[in-house]
Design a protein around this ligand. Structure first.
Ligand SMILES: O=C(CO)[C@H](O)[C@H](O)COP(=O)(O)O
Length: 227
């Protein structure tokens, strides 16, 4: 599995040129990409690259790997964003947010000229919601009301708990995460909009219609899917 992650990360580097502003995703697959990008900058194979991190994780890793970082308000445009995903459907709609960084990820990736997604073939699904719940970032005071309101969509939601912390996890933005299990998401774009219409929802992990390219790591090599 780690080999497949490395493989797609290496493939993503082929899309990178000098003078680019790159959205840096969060998670274990993108971590390989950030480290490889750092190496190319150190050897001089790439120059004048700036990364826009989508989380504390990607920011710290970029700094450690020698990738200079800037924030969204310092740039006019983002050339490319590279990130992982938890599910990819046949139309390249995604579920993201296992790493709880979905809000900043969507802010950056929505605005990127090209959004490249890195997954292994186990993440390909027939419909969204097949394997994983949809993470929803919520304002802490509203978590219980939102959990109950999600029943309208036949979803059962759990407050995500910390592992090396007592109580719920706190996102980079100071909020909670509800993991909402849906029976089947028939219309990802509609559901993405509906969820964001609930007062107290900051953002949800359905990324409909924004991925341009999905690089899929398989035992036979990397497959490129395009929208
Ligand atoms: O959405 C994410 C973090 O919020 C990740 O990109 C997603 O969970 C995939 O992670 P990994 O590459 O470790 O499987």
């Amino acid at each position: 599995m780690e080999e497949l992650k490395r493989l797609v990360a290496k493939e993503a580097l082929k899309f990178i040129d000098d003078d680019m502003i790159i959205g840096l995703g969060t998670g274990s697959t993108t971590a390989y990409f950030i480290q490889m990008l750092g190496k190319k900058l150190m050897t001089g194979e790439l120059e004048d690259i700036y990364g826009i991190p989508t989380s504390h994780q990607s920011r710290l890793l970029a700094l450690e790997s020698g990738v200079p970082v800037v924030s969204l308000d310092e740039v006019d445009a983002i050339d490319i964003a590279v990130d992982g995903a938890d599910e990819v459907d046949p139309h390249l709609n995604l579920i993201k947010g296992r790493g709880a960084a979905l809000t900043m990820e969507k802010i950056i990736e929505y605005r990127a000229g090209t959004f490249i997604v890195l997954v292994d073939e186990s993440k390909l699904v027939e419909y969204l919601g097949q394997r994983v719940p949809v993470p929803i970032e919520v304002i802490p005071a509203a978590w219980r009301a939102i959990k109950e309101e999600l029943e309208v969509f036949n979803a059962t939601a759990e407050l995500r708990m910390g592992t090396k912390k007592d109580g719920p996890i706190i996102t980079d933005n100071g909020n909670f995460i509800l993991d909402a299990k849906f029976e089947k998401i028939e219309d990802p774009l509609d559901m993405e909009i509906e969820l964001n219409n609930i007062p107290g929802v900051v953002e949800n992990g359905i990324f409909a219609d924004i991925a341009d390219i999905v690089l899929v790591g398989t035992k036979e090599g990397v497959k490129k899917l395009e929208r």
